[in-house]
Design a protein around this ligand. Sequence first.
Ligand code: CA
Length: 179
Amino acid sequence: MKKILVLMVAALFLSAAPAWALTVNAGATDVGGYDKLKFTATQGSPELPSAGDADELAWVRDVLNDQTITLAAKYTQMNWLLTNEPGVYAIDLQTNPEYFLVKIGGGAGSTGYTHFLYENLESLNWGVVALAELGLSTTNITALSHVDEFNGTQVPEPISMLLLGFGLVGLAGVKRFRK
Ligand SMILES: [Ca+2]
C-alpha cells in the first residue's frame, strides 16, 4: 500500500506542469510564456498624439519600421485571466497576431507610459502581460483600457521558398534536357 502511494505521488510530480509554464483556469489551460514588451509611448506625445486608431497604427508602423502593419482587431471589452503567477494576466487573443498593444489609463501607471507594444510569442493565441511591467500594482487590472492586435504581411516561409527554388531549377533542367 505504501509503495502504491509513493508511486502515485511520484506520478503526480512528473505530470505537474514545469515551473516556467504559465496557466489559467486553475492550471487547465497553458498560455505559454511572457510576451515581449518592445516599445512604449505616452498618449499626447509628438509620436503618439492621441489614442485613436489612426494614431496608434501610425505609431506602431513607425516603431516597428514596417508600413505594411495593419490593425487586425481592437477591443475594450477584455477578459483578462489571472495566471498562476501573481500580477500576471493572460488574454485570449482573437487573431494570433504578431504584435499586440495594451493601453492603460493615463496616470494609472508609475512608468508614465500609456501604450505598451508587445511582440507576441508562444502561445500565439494568448497575450501574457505582467502588470508590474505596465507600472501597475499586481491587482490593478481595471487600469487596462483596450487591446489592439497588429499583423504584418505574411512573409513566405524559407522552406517554401527553397522548394520553389528547387522547382525552378528542376524545370530549367528538364527544358535543357529536351533540347
Ligand atoms: Ca503570447
